[in-house]
Design a protein around this ligand. Structure first.
Ligand SMILES: *[C@@H]1O[C@H](CO)[C@@H](O)[C@H](O)[C@H]1NC(C)=O
Ligand SMILES: *[C@@H]1O[C@H](CO)[C@@H](O)[C@H](O)[C@H]1NC(C)=O
Ligand SMILES: *[C@@H]1O[C@H](CO)[C@@H](O)[C@H](O)[C@H]1NC(C)=O
Ligand SMILES: *[C@@H]1O[C@H](CO)[C@@H](O)[C@H](O)[C@H]1NC(C)=O
Ligand SMILES: *[C@@H]1O[C@H](CO)[C@@H](O)[C@H](O)[C@H]1NC(C)=O
Ligand SMILES: *[C@@H]1O[C@H](CO)[C@@H](O)[C@H](O)[C@H]1NC(C)=O
Ligand SMILES: *[C@@H]1O[C@H](CO)[C@@H](O)[C@H](O)[C@H]1NC(C)=O
Length: 858
């Protein structure tokens, strides 16, 4: 059947619009006339080798229908929409025809001499032609000396009584009677085929032997003196009795592959009226040298004792899609040569030590899609040749009974943790389990000889103790997508998980919620070629993040703001689509790199777009112009010199005031009082500008009490009328229910300044670090820093530098420190206020002027 389907699919594809319908022929050797409304055979060149005439309205084919086509090898005349009459010697003008396809044409008249004059015909396709018994009985296939394949499936044949001329078909190798109505086949009917060897004999779906009482004594062996490579008797509704009688009847006829799928043997689940096969059922096949027995798609519930005892030569046993729940002792006894056992899609719940007894040559057990929850310790121990075990889609909670074999598939079970067993394997698949601890990952990485490890879709997130990763690991491919490594890494733990993987070539870390890459995490991966970081939350990539060997990198669907193109120097392919690029001058380098790089950039130009500022939202990076950015660079350096001068002046001033420091609190109070006298009691209001808030106050929620009493009470307008600032902070101003990142971004971009209160809690809070990164990224766009960092508590420079996102800031910018001495608090608050109020003296022209959208090319 598969052949027919392929053919039909091919036909449909070829017939689909745009594929040669309008042209009559592809070249002089192929004449394509499908779906042409033809009623007659068209005139074609005498050089034609393939003439395709399916899907037309041709009614009659006679001797004169075809011109003499000496070269023609393939004629398709199937699926005519009108009944087809085929007269005597209809194809005589096609003396070299190899394949004649009449499939799915309703043949209303077929002359007994229709196929005469075709000495080279190899294949005759007559499926679904509405043919009756006569086609076998009346010698239609006389003289087809080369005929090798005859397809008579899907017809109306009730009796397989063959004309004696079948005896002359010395080349016949494959004959298909599937989907007919032959209720029984006996020795006398197939006698003309005796002495032949068949690669395929199809008798499926005929209700063979199941609707009539068969006297097997009289019927004999239909395949006497035949050698069959594949005998297909599926779908005939055979129960245990019929199978037993048939096996006995054909005993001695060599049948390499017996296909008996879609049978009705077995009691099924919860029934007992039909029997499961027993020791006798297949006993008749003892002398048939069966190598492959396919019993899939049935109702076998119990594999009885010594069921396959006589099948000494069997190599492949397929029991998939039954209802097997019970394996009786010694069920597989005698299968001394069995190599592959397929028991997938059954109802096994547990496996016992005795289940696979007596299978010395077994290499592959397929047990996927059962309900196996527990496996006795020695179950697989006797299978000395086993090298592949498929236990996917079961209910396992432990792997302690898994043997050391090259390939182990354990996907979609219920594994929460792995025992510390001795295990050797080359390929381990553990995706879609519930593994949580990175201990299990360290354990697996130490498995000797392991080359491929698949741990996708688990819950790897917790890292408790430190591990000693072993050196010289053989691993080549590691799949960790769909875990939660961020949770482990954000506490600074397990950063060494890839240590020593010097042969690793492929690493998948997509969908792990990563918002940073631990420094040096890939430094040992000197052979890494492919890295997938897709669908994480990375905002920045530090220089030197990737090994020099890297060729293919996927960082799409992250939150990269302004990536440094130097990172991508070694690549040949890069996917960086769907990030959150900030289209300001800092992105200039990346944009011009994109324009001229040799690296293959994945995705369409529309998938690389600006996210900020708002006026550029959604604009493709390829249509953003960077004109004017060089000017900005100059301005920036000028400002920097000014800043240096100012800093020097300030330093001098500070030296001068050193003397006053002893009484600084008092002095400051006096100064404030004097100021009030001169300027009046009202604090200066801040000038209105484009920002919604004066500052976004970013701090760990654990510090809220402190921040409230130390800062908010003295600065925020809602806390006191004396205060001058309109502040924004998470607890009050974030939109509930909104995506947290979106809230942070909104806050960052709608506040003039961002004040980060960096405490111990802050450093442990992933959201705070996230906010810091966002704020920093805005600094890229504002020339003077919009970010103010206030360090609270005794945090050393080193502790700050340990955090990658803070490091850059701490190195380049000044930050404020909350005073240790209480008398300095007033002064500090005033200084902080100044910082908040301080405007960029020459507020940059505005990014929007600098960056211009070019008209999109299309
Ligand atoms: C075949 O006939 C149908 C109905 O008359 C018509 O729609 C179709 O275009 C014709 N096809 C060709 C290839 O002439
Ligand atoms: C095809 O026909 C042409 C004349 O129409 C003739 O010359 C040529 O020999 C023919 N070729 C074959 C292969 O018969
Ligand atoms: C199987 O063969 C035995 C003995 O010939 C006969 O009694 C029985 O009815 C047969 N069963 C079927 C289903 O043909
Ligand atoms: C076992 O049978 C299932 C279902 O038909 C199939 O998907 C699987 O590939 C088979 N396994 C082997 C080893 O043939
Ligand atoms: C690791 O491999 C290197 C070379 O591949 C070898 O020199 C070294 O001895 C190995 N170390 C161990 C502990 O096996
Ligand atoms: C891309 O490069 C070409 C020259 O190689 C230049 O003409 C064009 O302006 C560049 N486009 C952008 C957007 O930089
Ligand atoms: C791109 O490839 C060409 C030729 O292969 C080479 O001359 C050029 O330097 C490459 N450019 C970059 C940016 O690597």
């Amino acid at each position: 059947m598969a052949g027919h389907l392929d053919l039909l699919v091919g036909v449909v594809l070829l017939a689909s619009p745009g594929f040669g319908i309008s042209s009559c022929s592809l070249d002089a050797r192929v004449a394509l006339y499908r779906f042409r409304n033809l009623t007659q055979i068209p005139q074609v060149l005498n050089t034609t080798e393939r003439l395709l005439l399916s899907f037309n309205y041709i009614r009659t084919v006679t001797t004169t229908s075809f011109p003499f086509l000496e070269q023609l090898q393939l004629l398709e005349l199937g699926t005519q929409f009108t009944p087809l009459t085929i007269d005597r010697e209809a194809f005589r003008n096609l003396p070299n025809l190899r394949i004649l396809d009449l499939g799915q044409s309703q043949v209303s008249f077929l002359h007994p001499d229709a196929f005469q004059g075709l000495p080279h015909l190899l294949e005759l396709r007559l499926f679904a032609c509405g043919l009756s018994d006569a086609v076998l009985r009346d010698g239609y296939f006389r003289n087809l000396n080369s005929l090798s394949r005859l397809d008579l499936s899907f017809n109306k044949i009730h009796s397989l009584s063959l004309h004696p001329s079948f005896e002359e078909l010395s080349s016949l190798k494959s004959i298909d009677f599937s989907f007919n109505q032959a209720r029984a086949v006996c020795e006398s009917e197939l006698r003309p085929l005796q002495g032949k060897q068949f690669s395929f004999f199809g008798l499926a779906d005929n209700n063979l032997y199941s609707r009539v009482a068969v006297d097997w004594e009289a019927c004999g062996n239909p395949f006497r003196n035949m050698v069959l490579e594949t005998l297909d008797v599926s779908g005939n509704g055979w129960n245990v009795d019929i199978t037993g009688n048939f096996s006995r009847a054909i005993g001695g006829s060599q049948t390499t592959s017996l296909i008996l799928t879609h049978h009705v043997m077995g009691s099924g689940f919860g029934f007992s009226n039909l029997r499961d096969p027993t020791q006798d059922t297949f006993a008749g096949l003892a002398r048939s040298s069966v190598l492959h027995l396919d019993l899939s798609h049935g109702f076998i519930f119990s594999l009885n004792r010594r069921l396959f005892e006589t099948l000494k030569a069997l190599k492949f046993l397929n029991l998939a899609h039954n209802k097997i729940n019970k394996i009786v002792d010694q069920a597989f006894y005698g299968l001394d040569k069995l190599q592959i056992l397929n028991m997938s899609h059954n109802l096994l719940g547990e496996l016992y030590n005795s289940d696979f007894y007596g299978l010395p040559e077994l290499t592959y057990v397929d047990l996927q899609k059962n309900h196996i929850g527990i496996i006795q310790a020695q179950t697989f121990r006797s299978l000395e040749k086993l090298n592949m075990l498929d236990l996917r889609d079961n209910a396992l909670k432990t792997i302690s009974a898994i043997p050391s074999i090259p390939t182990i598939l354990l996907g979609n079970n219920k594994l929460v943790s792995l025992p510390n067993i001795r295990l050797t394997a080359k390929f381990i698949q553990l995706s879609e389990n519930r593994l949580e601890h990175l201990d299990d990952l360290y354990f697996l990485l130490r498995v000797p000889q392991l080359q491929i490890l698949i741990l996708s879709q688990n819950r790897l997130s917790s890292c408790q103790q430190s591990h000693t990763p072993s050196e010289n690991l053989s691993l080549e491919q590691l799949f960790l997508e769909g875990n939660m490594l961020q949770l482990a890494w954000e506490f600074g733990l397990c950063w060494d998980v890839f240590r020593g993987l010097s042969r690793l070539q492929i690493l998948y870390l997509n969908s792990n919620y990563l918002n940073f890459l631990p420094p040096g995490v890939f430094s040992d991966l000197t052979a890494l070629r492919i890295l997938n970081l897709n669908s994480n939350r990375l905002t920045a990539l530090a220089p030197g993040s990737f090994p020099a060997s890297l060729e293919i990198l996927d960082v799409s669907k992250n939150q990269l703001l302004s990536p440094d193109p130097h990172l991508f120097a070694s690549l040949s392919v890069l996917d960086i689509t769907h990030n959150k690029f900030i289209c300001v001058c800092e992105l200039n380098m990346f944009i011009s790199w994109l324009n001229q790089t040799n690296v293959t950039i994945f995705g369409s130009p529309e998938d690389l777009y600006c996210m900020y500022p708002d006026s550029f939202f959604g604009v493709s990076l390829y249509s953003v112009s960077m004109e004017g950015c060089d000017e900005e660079e100059m301005l920036k350096s000028l400002r920097f010199s000014l800043f240096v001068v100012w800093t020097v002046a300030l330093t001098l001033f500070l030296v001068a005031t050193l003397g006053v420091t002893q009484f600084r609190g008092l002095c400051f109070l006096c100064y404030q009082a004097a100021q009030r006298l001169v300027f009046g009691d009202h604090p200066q209001g801040t000038e209105p500008d484009t920002y919604k808030y004066d500052a976004y106050l970013c701090f760990s929620s654990k510090d809220f009490e402190w921040v409230q009493s130390a800062l908010l009470r003295h600065l925020d307008r809602q806390y006191s009328d004396q205060n001058r600032f309109n502040l924004c902070f998470e607890e009050r101003d974030f939109v509930p229910g909104e995506n947290h990142i979106a809230n942070i971004q909104a806050a960052v971009w709608s506040s003039r300044k961002i004040v980060c209160v960096v405490s111990r809690h802050f450093l442990r809070d992933g959201w705070c670090l996230e906010a810091f990164s966002h704020a920093q990224s805005r600094c890229f766009s504002d020339i003077s820093s919009a970010l103010i960092m206030v360090v609270v508590g005794s945090l050393t420079q080193y502790q700050l530098m340990k955090h990658q996102c803070l490091r850059g800031f701490v190195q380049k910018q000044q930050y404020l420190k909350w005073p240790e001495d209480l008398q300095d608090v007033g002064w500090f608050l005033s200084k902080l206020s100044q910082h908040i109020v301080k405007k960029e003296k020459e507020k940059k022209k505005d990014e929007n002027i600098v960056m211009q959208t070019l008209a999109t090319i299309s």
